[in-house]
Design a protein around this ligand. Sequence first.
Ligand SMILES: Cc1ncc(COP(=O)(O)O)c(C=O)c1O
Length: 381
Amino acid sequence: MTMEFTDRVTRVEPSATLAISALATELEAEGADVVDLSVGEPDFPTPENIVEAGKDAMDAGHTGYTTSAGILELREAIADKLADDGLEHTADEIIVTPGAKQALYEIVQALIEDGDEVVLLDPAWVSYEAMVKMAGGELTRVDLSDSDFQLEPALDDLEAAVSDDTELLVVNSPSNPTGAVYSDAALEGVRDLAVEHDITVISDEIYKEITYGVEPTSLGTLEGMADRTVTVNGFSKAYSMTGWRLGYFAGPEDLIDQAGKLHSHSVSSAVNFVQHAGLEALETEDAVDEMVAAFEERRDLVIDLLDEHDVDVAVPEGAFYMMLPVDDDDQAWCEGAIEDAHVATVPGSAFGTPGYARISYAASEERLEEGIERLAEEGYL
Ligand SMILES: Cc1ncc(COP(=O)(O)O)c(C=O)c1O
């Protein structure tokens, strides 16, 4: 039989990163040593105390369903964490999800329907576009590549892009894929436009804990933003817990009620013992500080190595990515880099910004050195 698929899924393209991973897998199967700078996850193990808390929770029998929004202790601990960031939310205004990705999916599904306009700041993380398309929304994209990926110099462009027809704006600072942390003036500019045009804003703060010498402001703390901001965060990046699948969102209670229906009818809840491990994670500081310090050293190393080859990049202040300027045909550049130099990166066009490749420096210093050296030897720098 021939199945008929919905517009909802057929209008979404498979991720452009898949071609690169497929090539990497193929080369590795042939015995090649691929330096993988394409991954979006920390290369550290989950801190031991968090692993132990997960095991203890299993031993203690925390293996059944939980309340759909997540166990109260965790939502209260998240509320305390958000309060430290200056955001006021009760446990009832928080939903714990299997990863921040699920949080974003539920928010977009709850807010966006056919024809609604959603504004993205490019380059933007790959899944925003897919989520908006699946919900039937229309994308308007604001390019930040002429301003070193900073938003403040591009506020005029954002102003020109938004209108009373804009339903939702997605802000991700620190950013994947650029590592940019937006200034307070930039966020105030967002606030002014959001208030003027009555726009809901998603503040994706999944990299908030990974910054180098800057303190990113949470958008929802700005005057006028509390009732129009949905703050998303999770445990994957800061605590190196990508495979545990734990994230959350906090927002106005009516959104939580609506999105909560989606949540309960789809995933039911995040995994019970994982939520208990999350409680331990929120108490973990030293291991996070150590990982962040290592990322900062690696960032500096990559920038120095690129500088030796006269390559200038916008210096990231957070997350563990940077954008390398490459040929206009970035897909071909990335395919060539993996075939010739056996170095995997992600084409900028996957994030809406051709002409760049995203490098993830969540790799050891040795591998980073090896990767840059190979790119230079094969003429890719
Ligand atoms: C910007 C951004 N938001 C959200 C996520 C989702 O993270 P997770 O679902 O692992 O919590 C990611 C993961 O790569 C990301 O880069």
